[in-house]
Design a protein around this ligand. Structure first.
Ligand code: SF4
Length: 427
């Protein structure tokens, strides 16, 4: 039995696609082993969203090549699209497989071991051709509803490495959800590149979501990151449904309107804050997290102060902070007034500090409230850990706790360890 290991970098969509490949390799008779162990095949699912992602992807490829002498290293993901020729020329990697053909990797590896001459470029592309996840490395699983993006934000390389926006047929999505629920998953994450732009005939994003939560079964639904302009004013009503979790990762990127315009974002800070207020007025305790880019070309001290003001006002409980990274081929890369790395680093530290303050504030506000925790781990001391519906990490003692089960827990304290979490007691 040949051994295969995986390493994933980047976003939740990549994670989903790796999970689906794990299932396909497993079903095809390969032994899936941890990345730290030697393997006959190593699949690296790369990311290219920033320069740092490129660097991490390169380091991982080099490490995999060193670690598995004589093994087959297959590189896929956005960096494989972005630097396809360069990676092939390096000669270290057996196969470089574009995103469009990622779902075909098992067939390609099979053909390789049968001694066939394999050219990944001749495999048919299908961006939704992934297996239903059975064997996952995680307790929650993602459902891919969409791929690609037509928005062309001026800083973003994703449209050129993931291609134009395409939506998965609704019946395939519903079938996929039913299967993963039958396979025992209790939490699904709706995933794609720009899911708010989902569009299949007369069914838009909200319609697709509504159909998913109408399905039977004991599961709950999360939404991976969402742009603030892909849904209507009544979107918050969907979150009254017991299957919906009260958390959104809503990407603001900047709190300055002139910078948002330069980024080619399709909203203003005012319209963004209206969404946040509407949700909080209707669903108290709703948890918002976000992405912020600091040091975008031309971002003045005043623009940055606006971002500081807005992220405080919105009380995001987590801010994923990116230092603006120049990506060749994007409009922002050609803009004048690029900022120094020193300014970007200083500004990102300020935002990270606010993120930590906001997080503690939000956690403290949740003390005394109950959460339905999906247990991810139980240690030898019978201490269970997992996430509640508001997407806060919770730990609690329970002699009968088991992985992948829900437990009603009362939040009693915030533990300010390196990674803060909530302590709870079983209800
Ligand atoms: S919406 Fe903008 S940031 Fe998001 S993938 Fe599309 S172009 Fe990139």
């Amino acid at each position: 039995m040949k051994k295969v290991s995986f390493k994933t970098l980047g976003c939740r969509l990549n994670q989903y696609e790796t999970d689906a490949l794990v299932t396909r390799f497993h079903n095809a008779g390969y032994q899936v082993v941890d990345y730290s162990r030697p393997a006959d095949i190593t699949v690296i699912n790369t990311c290219t969203v920033t320069n740092q992602s490129d660097q991490k992807s390169r380091n991982t490829i080099n490490q995999a090549v060193r670690k598995n002498p004589g093994g087959l290293v297959v590189v896929t993901g956005c960096m494989a699209n972005h630097y396809h020729e360069q990676l092939e020329k390096d000669g270290k990697i057996a196969y470089v497989v574009d995103n469009e053909r990622k779902s075909q990797i098992v067939s390609l590896v099979d053909a390789h071991f049968k001694g066939e001459i394999v050219d990944p470029g001749t495999y048919t592309g299908d961006r939704f051709g992934f297996e239903t996840v059975e064997k996952s490395l995680h307790t929650r699983t993602s459902i891919k509803i969409q791929d690609g993006c037509d928005q062309f934000c001026t800083y973003c390389i994703v449209p050129s490495v993931r291609g134009r926006a395409v939506s998965r047929p609704l019946d395939k999505i519903l079938d996929n959800v039913k299967k993963v629920v039958d396979n025992g998953f209790k939490e699904i994450v709706i995933t794609g590149v720009n899911i708010g732009r989902y569009n299949q005939g007369s069914c838009n994003f909200e319609c697709a979501l509504e159909k998913v939560i109408e399905l039977e079964g004991d599961f709950r639904v999360r939404i991976s990151s969402l742009e603030p302009d892909g849904f209507g004013p009544g979107f918050h009503r969907l979150f009254r449904h017991p299957k919906m979790t009260p958390h959104l990762h809503l990407c603001i990127q900047s709190g300055s309107d002139p910078i948002l315009r330069k980024m080619r974002r399709m909203y203003t800070t005012r319209s963004f804050m209206e969404i946040v207020e509407t949700f909080r007025n209707n669903i108290p305790d709703f948890n918002f997290t976000t992405d912020v880019i600091v040091g975008f070309p031309g971002e003045s001290a005043q623009d940055f102060n606006e971002t500081v003001r807005v992220v405080r006002e919105a009380r995001f409980s987590h801010i994923h902070t990116f230092r603006y990274s120049r990506r060749k081929g994007t409009r922002a890369d050609r803009m004048e007034d690029q900022l120094t790395e020193r300014i970007k680093t200083e500004r990102s530290e300020v935002i990270r500090g606010i993120s930590e303050e906001n997080r503690l504030y939000y956690m403290k506000s949740m003390i005394g409230k109950s959460q339905r925790v999906l247990i991810e781990k139980v240690n030898k001391e019978r201490m269970a850990s997992g996430y509640g519906e508001h997407y806060l990490p919770v730990k609690f003692e329970a002699s009968d706790a088991a992985r992948n089960r829900f437990r009603e827990v009362k939040l009693v304290a915030v533990d300010r360890s390196v990674e803060p979490f909530m302590r709870g007691t079983v209800l």
